[in-house]
Write a protein that binds this ligand. Structure first.
Ligand code: SAM
Ligand code: SF4
Length: 477
């Protein structure tokens, strides 16, 4: 039976803002999918030919249980990543600004009812100290994270963004600030946009209303539709760079993948552009947390779901965080991830406090699986011949929808992304790397420039690379 929605004035201004998730429709699509060999292979090929998959086609991939076919799905995702995106991995770090929260999300260490959590909101000086520590390690891109609390309103978020951009330490600076915070109203999103943010991320957590209600016990976040329409209000406020996500472990993972795809379809239909990024966090242990293991996603299924997401939405950025272990990250990066965090410390004030790698869960949201430093992650990426990138060029040049361009404009990656990755990696090597890593990094840069030579002139890139070596910074295409 279809659900009847009653649009409420304050959030639904027109047709576009109507709720678009229909549980029974998603389940029907899953039930009807026929994962025959022929069907699965045709769908993988459709994605390799750079086409978006429909909900029905994605459901076919989700229904596959045959091991051989699962391997073909993974191989398809790997081929797509290599073919379209190449070997760049964009690096960022999360910076937690405040852990006060009025909501009660049962899985989260910040939830209001958790009396063990020590509540902290970084003031101006503390944010500066954190950003200085991040810049001194080589970071250029941050995502600011906030609990949901009246104190963390749009003005507060915008102020913290401005504080971050204002910190310059040595050659260091933050060139892109993304946000992961509660949904705002349209006026609020407008204010935050003015502070020059990159992406605004809101994870729906679960696209299933009943499951959602089970985990979100009180506070504003209890309201499923308010959250679901959050990024529509962001679009109304002209924030077109938005990130969606589902928290895997709350409900059936196949259902949630289709929920994400349904959300993508909604953006494409209403705004002519899909989300900038998709995130797929898995629930981790948290202080005093209470998780129902019924829907736990195994490592094997997690790897599968990442591959299917990659094939279903080939043009969208995919974010993998340090919630996952080094081993899982290595495996999943191959299947289509474009951004990872590195040098992650999610303790409030943790970057400047230098607490080693020991987590203090009473001051953190959840346990992380990959506590390696930025240097350690970069070193490993270089060993595996990935090109770590701190590029922020598209957003600063006004080229929004860059993932789409990477995907659809022939030569875009070679002309912009690869060259910018090389220049930002060279900055990192000059300013923050050990001598040994510097040698390894420049060896890889030489290889990448040689590869580029087959496609385009590299004189200008070589000139700029020399300029970086001489001390110039922030050169980009
Ligand atoms: N408080 C805001 C909100 O809920 O949208 C901002 C983001 S919250 C601090 C960041 C995200 O962390 C949540 O959207 C949720 O998906 C994820 N999260 C919360 N608890 C988690 C846990 N125990 N393990 C993994 N991810 C978790
Ligand atoms: Fe608060 Fe966000 Fe944690 Fe929910 S997930 S308790 S809203 S910080």
């Amino acid at each position: 039976m279809k659900m009847i929605y009653k649009p409420q004035e304050y959030r639904i201004k027109d047709e576009r803002m109507k709720p678009f998730i229909d549980e029974s429709e998603i389940w029907e699509i899953l039930e009807e999918a026929q994962p025959t060999k022929e069907n699965v292979r045709r769908i993988i090929q459709k994605s390799l030919d750079k086409n978006r998959l429909s909900l029905q086609e994605t459901a076919v991939l989700l229904k596959v249980e045959d091991e051989e076919l699962i391997e073909e799905i993974k191989a398809g995702a790997k081929e797509l990543k290599e073919k379209i995106y190449g070997d760049r991995i964009v690096i960022f770090a999360p910076l937690y600004i405040g852990n006060k929260c009025v909501n009660n999300c049962t899985y989260c260490g910040f939830r209001a009812s958790n009396t063990k959590q020590k509540r902290t909101t970084l003031d101006h000086e503390q944010i500066e100290a954190e950003v200085k520590a991040l810049e001194d390690s080589g970071q250029k891109r941050l995502i600011l994270v906030y609990g949901e609390h009246p104190m963390y309103d749009a003005d507060f978020i915008a102020d913290s963004v401005k504080t971050v951009y204002g910190v310059k330490s040595g050659n260091g600076e933050i060139r892109r600030v993304n946000i992961n915070a509660a949904p705002l109203d349209i006026e609020g999103f407008k204010k935050v946009k003015e502070s020059a943010i990159g992406t605004y991320q809101i994870f729906q957590e679960s696209y299933h209303r009943e499951a959602y209600a089970k985990y979100h016990l009180s506070g504003k976040k209890k309201d499923f539709e308010w959250r679901l329409t959050g990024l529509d209000r962001a679009q109304e406020a002209l924030i077109d760079d938005v990130g969606i996500g589902a928290l895997f472990g709350l409900y059936d993972w196949k259902y949630e993948v289709l929920g994400l795809i349904r959300h993508v379809n909604h953006f494409e239909a209403c705004y002519n552009v899909g989300p900038h990024t998709i995130s797929f966090p898995r629930i981790q242990a948290a202080s005093d947390s209470n998780i129902d293991p019924e829907f736990e996603v195994s490592d094997k299924d997690f790897i599968r779901l990442v591959a299917i997401l990659r094939l279903a939405v080939p043009y969208t950025g995919m974010i993998l965080t340090a919630r996952e272990t080094k081993e899982i990250r290595e495996e999943v990066i191959k299947l289509g991830v474009s951004q990872i965090d590195a040098g992650t410390n999610i303790q409030l004030g943790g970057y400047s406090e230098d607490n080693g790698k020991q987590q203090k869960l009473e001051q953190e949201q959840f346990e992380i699986g990959d506590p390696r430093s930025l240097g350690e992650v970069i070193d490993e990426l270089l060993d595996k011949k990935y090109l770590p990138s701190f590029c922020t060029a598209c957003y600063r040049k006004g080229r929004t929808g860059e993932h789409f361009m990477e995907f659809s404009v022939p030569g875009f990656i070679k002309r912009f992304c690869s060259q910018n990755a090389i220049l930002t990696l060279a900055e990192y090597l000059e300013d923050y790397a050990t001598l040994e890593m510097k040698k390894k990094g420049y060896d890889l840069i030489d290889v990448k420039i040689n590869e580029l030579k087959d496609f385009q002139k590299t004189e200008d890139l070589l000139k700029r690379l020399e300029m970086v070596k001489q001390g110039e910074r922030d050169l980009y295409y």
